[in-house]
Structures are given as structure tokens and as C-alpha cells.
Ligand binder design. Structure first.
Ligand SMILES: Cc1ncc(COP(=O)(O)O)c(C=O)c1O
Length: 393
């Protein structure tokens, strides 16, 4: 049988990243390539207690089909979480998604027709690039600096592509760069979007994982015209395997979102929604997040110190204030070649080329520190230094 696949299926040869992840999964390899939260910090005991309680309290109800937008009890709790993020919302503005990844997919499906332009930071989250491309989007990247997307460059891009469909941005501890958008840029981005009448998709899975600097209001906070569609997730603050994310948008948008969500999976896992809701009632989420941020702060600082001490002096890197990633620039080095050399030294990262939708900026790569012991951070950076020396000598 020869299947005639749709254009949504990524071309196998495009999937260099899957090959990288496969190579990095070898147990001999110290892998800074992944993007996994620290599993030893998952609240296993508390989730078990919450699960027992949910079955005792609600029985068969939680095993039944349920509403498409999600369990109202959990959505009420998300309203409170959003309040802590300086965003006023109501249950009607919120839907629970199967991870924020599903919300990215459904929002893309809602907005993109083949050939439409989507504006993103350059570089950006590679699974968002894949989704947007799968709907036939033409991706246009906007350069960043240490303060996030360059808003003057964004304005120029919008001038060139006034018909663009939306702006996709990750303002906090961006994947892959670890950078955070400065507050003035946030205001400016919303102003530019208002002027151009463009929707903004704000993807914020990492914002709560801040271990340095001060809290910054989201783009949604500055949104006076209901144009920001805000996405977040329990993946990084509780457990990604539970696959719970959420979307905050205005009611008209939510009504359309519901139609596509229904087509996709009727609703997100009802049992899991009840369990997380129970967990949030019986535990202090902020305290749990503090445990995570303390651990990540330590790992990030250790990795930065090792990079500063061991990598060549011309190497530049981001200094994240939260999240899980450091972005490294090694001028003049082909980081795909460096990846091959690193594998010989049993260490891995993700070459920057994976995160650029169009023109790749050479000499860049992403390192993850969240899922790593101190010993592996020290040893892995040492191995990488040897590999950098081998490719640059
Ligand atoms: C920027 C960004 N958005 C969305 C996601 C998807 O997260 P989830 O579907 O687990 O909520 C990730 C996962 O790593 C991410 O880095």
C-alpha cells in the first residue's frame, strides 16, 4: 500500500532534530539536549493522595465524558493562577487543553490558511515551527537580543507583511534562548499589534519558574483590545505527563476554539483535571514551585559558572532568570559539526539550526540544565570544552 500523505506530515528528511534526540538518548551520553523538567521534583506522593481522594469524592463521575472546555472547578483555580500573573479572567475565558502544545496546534488551525504569514521570534520553539508549517504557514522570524524580540525589527516585518495572521511569542525564559522580554518591549509589542490589528499568541509555559530578577507582567496584562491569546501549562510546575495546559482568550475566540477542541479530542482527560484540581486544593502550589526554582537556580548557576570557566573566552551565552535553557554562541563554529564531535566525547546539546524557521544563525546551540545532576553538569561541560577545542584548533 502506498499512502498518499497530506502536506501536514513533516517530511522525514526535515526531521534532523529527531535524529539528534535519538543520538543524545544513548545512556553513555551526558545529554543537555532534552527539555525535561526534573523528575525527582514531581509531587508523586501528593498526586497519589489527590487521586485516591478524587475517586472517593467523585467516583464514576470522573470517568465519564465531560465538557469540552474543561472541568469548571479547575478553570476557577486557573482564574486564581492568572490573577497571580496580573491577568483578570473568568471561567468563560479559559479552556483546559491537552498540554499547551494542543492549544498551539488548535490556535494555529483556527488562524492559518496555507500560505499565510506567521511572525515569530527568531529563534523559537521548534515544535511551534513544526505546527505552523504543518498548516502551510510561511514563517517570518524577527531577530532578538538579550531583551527579547526587537520591536523595531518587528515593525519593519509587519510593514513588509501587513497581511500576516498573528505574532507568536514566548516572553519568559524563551525556548530556546532562555531570554526574557523587557517590560518596555512588552508594552511596545502590544502597541504595535494594536496598530497593525494583529492577534498575538503569548506562549508562557515557563513564566512561573523564575529564580532571579523580578516578576514581569504578561503581554495579556497590557492587552486592552482582547487580541492576546495566552497559553500556559502545568507541565513545568507539576508534571508534563499529566498533559494539562490552558488557554485564555475572549469569549468569541473561545467559542470557535471549542469547535476545534471538540473535533480534536472532545475534551482533555477528565480524571487528570480532577486530580490536579484536588492537588491544588490540598497543597500550596507556590511552595512547590519554590522547590523547583531553587533547584533550577542552582543548576543554572553551576552550568553558567562551568561555561565561563571552561569554554573559550569568545563564547557568549544568555543569562536566564528562569526556565530551563541557556543559549550559547560560539563564533565561527558549525554547531552541527560540533554536535558530531561532542557525540565522540559522549555529550550532547541541540544545534541552533533546529530553532530557526528560515535563515539559520550559525554558531549557536541550546543547553538544558533542569534535568541534570551537579556531577553531570561539571563533567558534561568539560567534555563539551574538549570538543569545542577539537573543532576550533
Ligand atoms: C515554548 C513551549 N511551548 C509549549 C510547550 C509544550 O508544553 P506542554 O504541551 O507540555 O504544556 C513547550 C514544551 O517544552 C515549550 O517549550
Amino acid at each position: 500500500m502506498t499512502f498518499r500523505y497530506s502536506n501536514s506530515v513533516p517530511k522525514v528528511n526535515d526531521n534532523a532534530t529527531a535524529e539528534i534526540m535519538k543520538a543524545a538518548a544513548n545512556p553513555e551520553v551526558i545529554s543537555f539536549a532534552g527539555g525535561l523538567p526534573a523528575p525527582e521534583l514531581f509531587p508523586v506522593k501528593q498526586m497519589k493522595e489527590a487521586t485516591d481522594k478524587v475517586f472517593d469524592l467523585y467516583g464514576e463521575k470522573v470517568l465519564q465524558y465531560a465538557g469540552t472546555l474543561g472541568y469548571p472547578g479547575l478553570r476557577e483555580q486557573i482564574v486564581d493562577i492568572m490573577k497571580d500573573r496580573d491577568v483578570d479572567s473568568t471561567v468563560e475565558n479559559i479552556a483546559v487543553s491537552t498540554g499547551s502544545q494542543q492549544a498551539i496546534d488548535l490556535v494555529a488551525r483556527m488562524l492559518i490558511n496555507p500560505g499565510d504569514v506567521v511572525i515569530t521570534e527568531d529563534p523559537t520553539y521548534l515544535a511551534a515551527i513544526d505546527v505552523f508549517k504543518s498548516y502551510g504557514a510561511k514563517m517570518v522570524g524577527v531577530p532578538m537580543d538579550e531583551d527579547g524580540i526587537k520591536t523595531d525589527a518587528l515593525e519593519a516585518v509587519i510593514k513588509e507583511y501587513p497581511e500576516a495572521k498573528f505574532i507568536y511569542t514566548i516572553p519568559n525564559f524563551q525556548n530556546p534562548t532562555g531570554r526574557t522580554m523587557a517590560v518596555e518591549r512588552r508594552k511596545e509589542l502590544v502597541r504595535i499589534a494594536n496598530e497593525a490589528d494583529l492577534p498575538v499568541v503569548e506562549d508562557d509555559p515557563y513564566g512561573a519558574i523564575r529564580y532571579a530578577g523580578e516578576f514581569l507582567p504578561s503581554l495579556k496584562h497590557f492587552d486592552t483590545e482582547d487580541r492576546v491569546v495566552y497559553l500556559s501549562s502545568f507541565s513545568k510546575v507539576l508534571a508534563p505527563g499529566m498533559r494539562l495546559g490552558w488557554i485564555v482568550a475572549n469569549r468569541e475566540f473561545m467559542a470557535k476554539f471549542m469547535l476545534l477542541k471538540q473535533n480534536a479530542d472532545l475534551h482533555t482527560d477528565n480524571l487528570t483535571q480532577y486530580i490536579v484540581s484536588q492537588f491544588l486544593k490540598d497543597n500550596d502550589l507556590k511552595e512547590h514551585i519554590k522547590t523547583i526554582t531553587d533547584a533550577y537556580e542552582h543548576r543554572a548557576n553551576l552550568m553558567l559558572k562551568e561555561i565561563d570557566e571552561q569554554f573559550p573566552k569568545n563564547v557568549k551565552h544568555s543569562i536566564p532568570e528562569g526556565g530551563m535553557f541557556i543559549w550559547v554562541e560560539v563564533p565561527g563554529v558549525d554547531t552541527n559539526k560540533l554536535f558530531d564531535e561532542c557525540l565522540k566525547h559522549n555529550v550532547a546539546f541541540v544545534p541552533g539550526s533546529a530553532f530557526y524557521a528560515n535563515d539559520v544563525k550559525q554558531g549557536t546551540f541550546r543547553m538544558n540544565f533542569s534535568n541534570m545532576t551537579d556531577e553531570k553538569i561539571v563533567e558534561g561541560v568539560k567534555r563539551m570544552s574538549a570538543a569545542i577545542e577539537a573543532v576550533t584548533k
